[in-house]
Design a protein around this ligand. Structure first.
Ligand code: PEP
Ligand code: MG
Length: 546
């Protein structure tokens, strides 16, 4: 039996599972407001103590943030306002739940990274009730190397675990930016999130976790284990043995670049040997901003990335605000269906001046820097949008103007869309969600949101053949570029550069160095004839000898 989810940290681990069951208080809890406030304080003290003792920096930060929420006067006030008489004192659970609900809804409506913090919030409420009802809150004790399984892993769970014994993390919920994913990458252990069904497994069940493929195999056979271990080891060994710019075995250059959100990321990318930044996600700088940054302030922020990449290419993306990345000062209007709404370049409809000012800042920063700055717009759907963007960018002296291809319309009409600009970049995260009509953040749909799906690969192939006819460079900057085997298929489909998290560069470089273009093309042509993502991946691995 196999449970599938989303692989968020590569590697193979085999062992017994230990299931973390969260605290739950099913009986009425009677308390006075003072007792509730004291319990909140005790929870905050406990979280702060754990933050001090845990070594992992990211876990420290989240625990500190949780403690701050538990001490937030607005929360205390909201609970106090609901505890007004003997009836409310006799069971404080509804008052606590309602007070937290307001904060919860606010996080959920922000979406993306913020929505994934809801589990952290829920945990504070659970712990407060546990303190009031005298329950143990110290969590699971590990005594042997184990695979940690949970509905969702909270920072306090992680802080309570002896991470030396954690071989892998598997959670039923969560997404690629959840706490579980961050902690696993920090520890360098495999992790799978969104593995619906994993909580049905009994404590102690022996499983194999493949954090690259995003699967959990129950009672694995020796051949399941050895095949996967060999593949991982080969990827790592090749990664360690190849250096320099990205090349196929026949010396075809494939530029390997990194994705970045700020100057610090760009410095890390340079250290990891990135040939440039293939995707600078500018909206990430402003996710917490209620007001628009001035042009001067923007110039400074963009220059931090450009300057870290002096002499190299930086592909800056204009604000992709909206959907999973709402920016408060630009996405003010509630949308029922934000992924299909006014996001990315479409914001020219409601916030035209903001995008114009961003282009002014980008042009000024590019002018003042020694990086080779290319600029592209996200969510371009039709040729007229590409033409409008190109006009505005060129008018400001920006020399390399491009578009992201992340909708089926843009891919199918790439002959018209790319004719308006100098280059294209396939955003395969969104392209996959739109081709498959499956929300990229919904872990229940993880089987449909694989970029290995032949429907997605054929769409990429259409765009790539148009790019080739027009002699336009076409990169990939979605997560698919970080998978070494899928990267070979993308190259076979005609993609000319790949951009990924800096941590993925070495493995992709190492794998591509031992396949030639003819093999990449042969495998790509074969997998697009198949019917499912699983088949495509299995056939590709087989032919690639991986
Ligand atoms: C993508 O959609 O693949 C992409 C790179 O953009 P983002 O993930 O920021 O939407
Ligand atoms: Mg996108």
């Amino acid at each position: 039996m196999t449970v599938s989810g989303i692989g968020v940290s590569p590697g193979i681990a085999v062992g017994p599972i230990r299931v973390i069951v969260h605290l739950s208080v099913d009986e009425p809890v009677s308390a006075t407001p003072q007792e509730v406030f004291a319990a909140l304080n005790a929870v905050a003290d406990d979280l702060e103590r754990r933050a001090e003792t845990i070594e992992l920096e990211v876990a420290k930060e989240v625990l500190g943030a949780q403690a701050m929420i538990a001490r937030d006067p607005a929360l205390v006030e909201a609970i106090g306002a609901r505890l007004t008489d003997d009836i409310s004192y006799s069971d404080v659970r509804p008052a606590i739940a309602e007070a937290f609900a307001g904060f919860r809804d606010a996080l959920l409506s922000l979406g993306g990274y913020f929505a994934e913090r809801v589990a952290d919030l829920d945990e504070i409420a659970d712990r407060t009730l546990a303190v009031l009802s005298g329950q143990e809150t110290t969590g699971l004790r590990l005594t042997e190397p184990s695979i940690i399984v949970a509905q969702d892993l909270t920072p306090a769970d992680t802080a309570a675990l002896d991470l030396n014994f954690a071989k892998a993390l598997v959670v039923a919920k969560g997404g690629p930016t959840s706490h579980t994913a961050i902690v696993a990458r920090g520890l360098g252990i495999p992790a799978v999130v969104g593995a619906e069904g994993v909580m049905d497994l009994a404590d102690g069940t022996r499983v194999l976790v493949d954090g690259r493929e995003g699967i959990v195999i129950v009672d694995p056979t020796e051949s399941d284990i050895s095949g996967r271990e060999v593949r991982e080891e080969t990827l790592r060994a090749r990664a360690a043995s190849v250096e320099g710019p990205g090349r196929l075995a026949d010396q075809t250059p494939i530029a390997l670049m990194a994705n970045a959100g700020n100057g610090k990321d760009a410095v890390a990318a340079a250290a990891a040997g990135a040939e440039g930044i293939g995707l600078f996600r500018t909206e990430l700088l402003f996710l917490d901003r209620d007001d628009e940054p001035s042009v001067d302030e923007q110039v400074e922020l963009y220059r931090a990335v450009f300057d870290a990449m002096a002499g190299r290419r930086v592909v800056l993306r204009t604000l992709d605000a909206g959907s999973d990345k709402p920016v408060p000062f630009i996405n003010a209007i509630h949308e029922d269906n934000p992924a299909l709404g006014v996001r990315g370049w479409r914001l020219t409809r409601s916030a035209n001046d903001v995008l114009n000012r961003q282009l002014d800042a980008v042009a000024a920063a590019a002018q003042a820097s020694a990086a080779d700055v290319w600029v592209m717009a996200p969510m371009i759907d039709v040729p007229a949008e590409a033409a409008e963007f190109a006009y505005r960018a060129r008018e400001r002296g920006i020399r390399h103007v491009g578009v992201m291809i992340e909708t089926p319309a843009a891919a199918i009409l790439a002959d018209k869309v790319l004719a308006e600009v100098d280059f294209g970049s396939l955003g395969t995260n969104d392209l996959t969600q739109y081709v498959m009509a499956a929300d990229r953040l919904d872990s229940r749909l993880s089987d449909l949101t694989s970029s290995w799906h032949p429907a997605v690969l054929r769409t990429i192939g259409i765009a790539a053949s148009h790019a080739k006819t027009l002699a336009r460079p076409l990169g990939v900057c979605g997560e698919s570029a970080a998978n070494p085997h899928l990267a070979a298929i993308l190259v076979g489909l005609g993609v000319t550069s790949l951009s990924m998290a800096p941590s993925a560069l070495a493995e992709v470089r190492g794998f591509l160095a031992q396949v030639d273009r003819a093999t990449c093309e042969r495998v790509a042509n074969q997998v697009i004839t198949l019917s499912s993502a699983e088949e495509a991946e299995a056939v590709a691995l087989d032919i690639l000898g991986a």
